[in-house]
Design a protein around this ligand. Structure first.
Ligand code: UDX
Length: 424
């Protein structure tokens, strides 16, 4: 089939590359010329495992353009994969979605617009009206949300837990279902609003689990239990399951913070206060800041103290720093008068005002009074921690991801503190 993908960001590129790999003819369209030029030249503007290889392997089947008409010409399906960032009020900003919808040219055959961008429930209905108002009755509409996580997006796309297809017209759902031939996963076919809600509710369930285990961790700290053992103990209950029970310094990224806020506002706009989600968001904000308290308890005032942030990306395997806990930590530390150094194997922290970004983890640790492990990069697990300790002025180590072995770290002379792990 012929597919146009609007938006050459994380979601659009992964969608385009994977659909090409399934044998479809793909055109990816973006408004940013430099990005399209780079992609045409074989450069991949984002760090995503396996994406570059996939694009290379399917070079014959994937093209890049800035032109709407060139993208839409001959297409059976048009994917919308543009950004929907939060507005000042916390609602999703759909302006990029409306631009795509309003730019669609008239076509003399049936084509299907498939929404990949995360949008509030009710968006599909509004898009439908907008298309009808323009006389584009032969443009179908389907909600086909993505559940791919950064760093494993290609794998997640090709091996999903499920494919959700919400449509107004079953014939449109058939088209999108056929597009997924070759992917072995249950298909949920439903109405558009339910498909939109499945996406938001899935993310809400996941963030609820994270804030839940983070609160359990905080109570563990206060009572002498160890959250990693507790997570293992509850995760073996088949009704609970082991995933997403890693306590830490909170969730970040391009989806969770934005989508939980968007669902909260969506509920509020309909007159409902989503109290559980409000708490989940607040717990996450406090969780990032708890590290500051841990440092102050050991070091006293942070004024003039050097704190090294190990990892800047919101999680390993990506260069993405959107809503990363590192940003809040750096900001709070600088506000407390600390000197902040940082290192990340991929994420570029050079734009972080006042933060001294080092070329290596050991360099960042030179003369530090404390180290905070912010992102659980494998490189940090493999770090020469004996050497790391030797470089520091004071061996205080806060492991914000519970990645390191407390006994081993204490063996290197560190005053080690994790999240929700029993003190020495
Ligand atoms: C997420 C969803 O997983 C994906 O389905 C959706 O489409 C987009 O949002 P992503 O943001 O790429 O994907 O990352 P994910 O691996 O889910 O992690 C999100 C955040 O939660 C990270 O900051 C991570 O550190 C944190 N997290 C995750 C925890 O703190 N504890 C956990 O147990 C799991």
């Amino acid at each position: 089939m012929k597919v146009a993908v609007f938006g050459a960001g994380y979601v659009g590129l992964v969608t385009g590359a994977c659909l090409a790999d399934l044998g479809h003819e793909v055109v990816v369209r973006d408004i940013v010329e430099e990005r399209i030029d780079a992609l045409r030249g074989g450069e991949v503007p984002i760090h995503e495992e396996g994406l570059a290889q996939l694009l290379e392997r399917n070079r014959e089947r994937i093209r890049f353009t800035t032109e709407v008409n060139a993208a839409v010409e001959g297409a059976d399906v048009i994917y919308v994969a543009v950004g929907t960032p939060p507005t000042y009020s916390g609602d999703a900003d759909l302006s990029a979605v409306w631009t795509v919808v309003d730019e669609l040219p008239e076509v003399d055959r049936r084509i299907v617009v498939a929404m990949k961008s995360t949008v509030p429930v009710g968006t599909g209905r509004t898009v439908r009206h907008r298309l009808d108002d323009r006389g584009l009755e032969n443009v179908g509409y389907v909600s086909n949300p993505e559940f791919t996580a950064e760093g494993t997006a290609v794998h997640d796309f090709m091996h999903p837990d499920r494919v959700v297809i919400g449509a107004f017209d079953p014939a449109d759902a058939d088209v999108v279902e056929r597009l997924h031939d070759g992917i072995d996963a249950p298909i949920i076919r439903c109405d558009v609003a339910s498909a939109e809600m499945i996406k938001l509710a899935a993310n809400a369930a996941l963030v609820t689990r994270i804030s839940f285990i983070n609160e359990i961790a905080n109570v563990c700290e206060a009572t002498g239990a160890d959250v990693t053992t507790v997570a293992q103990g509850i995760g073996l209950d088949h009704r609970i399951g082991p995933a997403f029970l890693r306590a830490g310094i909170g969730f970040g990224g391009s989806c969770f913070p934005k989508d939980s806020l968007a669902l909260k506002q969506l509920a509020a706009n309909s007159g409902y206060s989503f109290q559980l989600l409000n708490a989940v968001i607040e717990v996450n904000e406090l969780q990032k800041r708890r590290v500051i308290g841990k440092l102050e308890r050991r070091l006293g005032s942070l004024r003039g103290k050097k704190v090294a942030l190990l990892g800047l990306a919101f999680k390993p395997g990506t260069d993405d720093m959107r809503e990363a806990p590192s940003l809040v930590l750096a900001g709070r530390l600088l506000a407390e008068g600390a000197e902040v150094s940082a290192w990340d194997p991929v994420a570029d922290g050079r734009h972080l005002d006042g933060v001294d970004v080092a070329g290596s983890a050991l360099e960042a640790l030179d003369g530090a009074d404390a180290a905070v492990l912010v992102t659980e990069w494998p490189e940090l697990r493999a770090l020469d921690w004996a050497e790391a300790g030797a470089r520091m002025r004071n061996r205080l180590l806060v492991d914000g991801r519970n990645m390191l072995d407390p006994v081993e770290m204490r063996g290197y002379g560190f005053d080690y503190e994790g999240i929700g792990r029993a003190a020495e």
